[in-house]
Structures are given as structure tokens and as C-alpha cells.
Design a protein around this ligand. Structure first.
Ligand code: C5P
Length: 222
């Protein structure tokens, strides 16, 4: 029980189309956030979960997550980075390892959560799960003209949960000036070496309408 998991869930989910904040959209009858938090709580290393909820929905999120153990809910902020920072403030010093996990990756399996935590426990200050890039990636200029093809063999897609020693994550957030799309990026900025472990396709980020359909199929497959 040396791991705390921060779950930023305060985003509106604009790319998913109009409706409730993304973490509260339903998948097979339950909010994405409930799917995500239930999986996190099932990981044996996890002793605390801090959810950053949409500020107007804190009470309903508390009610939704009441059946899940170890959960604390705080109001999120205007950006993902602020939401993570606010959740981090609510983690006690009892947890030397902190994972940051998007509510949108609602189907991340327990093995992935444990793999990331184990790499931090092994001494890596910052750890990201990665997948190879399958598409050919091109750089395109403002007019739509291809400017070049990037060597995809050196590229990886990065997922969550990302894992950190608590002290490193606190330091990275304290030093951050501009906005980053992930927490490992903030660690890179202060010179921390970031380690990779294999990701998992089931941890897809539910972002666009088709992703919800795929997630539904994955749930049916068990
Ligand atoms: O917007 P993006 O897809 O990067 O969001 C990733 C995660 O960060 C989602 O789980 C979303 O709910 C969360 N988020 C947040 N606070 C914000 C914006 C996004 O907690 N202000």
C-alpha cells in the first residue's frame, strides 16, 4: 500500500460531443470515472486514490465513488495540470509513490498499474507506459503541404498511469511555468530521467465518439 493514484477527472470532454463532463459520461450504464477508479482500487499496491472532480459535481462524484475504498475527492481546476496539482496537495507523505492516471483511460488493467508502480519502486523517479507508433507520421506545414516524414521507429505513444516518486512529482509541479499535456513532460523540464515500460492497448484514451464504442466492445470481451 505504498502507492497513491491521482485521477484528474475535471475535463469537459469537448471532443466527445455535447453532454456531461467526460468522466461522468456513461459506458455500459456507469460513468467512465467509476470504471477507472474501480480498476485502480483493485490494484494491490494502491492505498489512496485522489479524484479531481469537475468543481460543480464534487458532491455527485463523492456519492458515485462512495462504494470504492480509499477514495478522496477534491475540486479540479481549469487545466489538467492544475487539477493534478490540487489532487497532489491532498496526498499525504505516507505514500512515497504517486501515479497520475486520466479518468478517460477507464479500462487500464490492474497489471499496467502494477507494472508502472513496480518500476518506480525499482528506483526510477519517473515512469511512463508506452506503445509503438503504428501510423506513418508526417510533419505538415500551415498550408497542408507535407514538410517531411518522421522516423517512427524512435517514437512512442505515451499513456497513463504515469508513475513518480512523490518528491519528484512535487518538485516538477512546483517548478512548472507553462502548461504540459503530461506530468512526465514536467519532470523532463527539470532534468529528471524518464523511464519507459510497455503500455497496454486496453488503456486507450476515450476521447472521441468511436473510442466509446471500442471501449464498449472491450468491456463485452471481458
Ligand atoms: O483534456 P485531456 O484529454 O488532456 O484530459 C485528460 C484528463 O485530464 C481527463 O481525465 C480530464 O478529465 C482531465 N482534466 C482535468 N481538469 C481539466 C482538464 C482535463 O482533470 N481542467
Amino acid at each position: 500500500d505504498d502507492v497513491a493514484v491521482l485521477v484528474p477527472a475535471a475535463g469537459m470532454g469537448v471532443r466527445l460531443g455535447p453532454g456531461a463532463p467526460k468522466a461522468l459520461r456513461t459506458l455500459a450504464g456507469e460513468p467512465l470515472l467509476v470504471h477507472a477508479v474501480r480498476r485502480v482500487a483493485a490494484a494491490p499496491s494502491v492505498g489512496r486514490i485522489v479524484v479531481a472532480a469537475p468543481p460543480d459535481d464534487v458532491e455527485s462524484v463523492v456519492a458515485l465513488l462512495r462504494p470504492v475504498a480509499h477514495v478522496v475527492v477534491v475540486p479540479g481546476g481549469a487545466t489538467r495540470q492544475t487539477s493534478v496539482s490540487l489532487a497532489l496537495d491532498a496526498v499525504g507523505e505516507a505514500f512515497p509513490i504517486v501515479l497520475v492516471h486520466d479518468a478517460a483511460r477507464a479500462l487500464a488493467p490492474v497489471e499496467l498499474i502494477e507494472r508502472v508502480a513496480a518500476a518506480v519502486r525499482d528506483g526510477h523517479e519517473a515512469v511512463v507506459p508506452v506503445l509503438p507508433v503504428v501510423d506513418t507520421i508526417k510533419q505538415v506545414d500551415a498550408d497542408g503541404r507535407v514538410a517531411g516524414t518522421v522516423d517512427r521507429s524512435v517514437l512512442r505513444s505515451v499513456q497513463t498511469p504515469q508513475g513518480f516518486s512523490r518528491e519528484t512529482l512535487v518538485r516538477a509541479h512546483a517548478a512548472a511555468v507553462d502548461e504540459h499535456t503530461d506530468d512526465a513532460g514536467m519532470c523532463e523540464k527539470i532534468g529528471v530521467a524518464v523511464w519507459t515500460v510497455p503500455g497496454d492497448e486496453r488503456a486507450l484514451k476515450i476521447t472521441r465518439p468511436l473510442d466509446l464504442e471500442i471501449a464498449c466492445l472491450l468491456l463485452d470481451l471481458g
